[in-house]
Design a protein around this ligand. Structure first.
Ligand code: HEC
Length: 109
């Protein structure tokens, strides 16, 4: 009988300790996409294009006056063109590439 009661108690304790530890850790919210796109651009593209897209280092085109279609822009980002190296590997995946595309379209007038 005594054994049974202590078994019951330890079970109860386990349940209580498990349920109370549930919602204490609040995970960091993920960065919103605008920030990711801008950061990727600053990290990988601004060295030639400048943060506002107008720098033109190494013969880079002014992105604020670019009028290329999304498809043509994506192709240049992925495969490069003349002095611009392909950026696909650096950007890692298609999601990052489209986030950068969204960002550079905001640099246009
Ligand atoms: C090493 C310097 C360099 C880096 C880094 C670079 N670019 Fe470029 N980019 C260039 C050059 C040079 C051109 C002009 C290519 C040509 O047409 O001869 C260009 C052209 C472009 C164009 C075409 C614009 C137009 O209207 O013709 C786009 C879009 C572009 N770059 C986007 C990007 C993005 C996005 C990144 C980062 C992921 C990036 N570039 C990184 C040098 C660079």
């Amino acid at each position: 009988m005594v054994l049974r009661i202590s078994y019951f108690c330890s079970c109860l304790l386990l349940v209580v300790s498990c349920s109370s530890s549930g919602d204490k850790v609040i995970p960091e919210p993920p960065a919103p996409p605008e920030v990711v796109g801008e950061n990727l651009f600053i990290m990988h593209c601004a060295v030639c294009h400048g943060e506002d897209g107008k720098l033109g280092a190494s013969g880079a085109k002014d992105l604020s006056i670019s009028n290329l279609s999304d498809a043509a822009t994506l192709k240049i980002i992925k495969e490069g063109k003349n002095a611009m190296p392909p950026m696909k590997a650096l950007l890692g995946n298609n999601k990052n590439i489209s986030l950068v595309l969204e960002h550079i379209k905001k640099l246009r007038h």
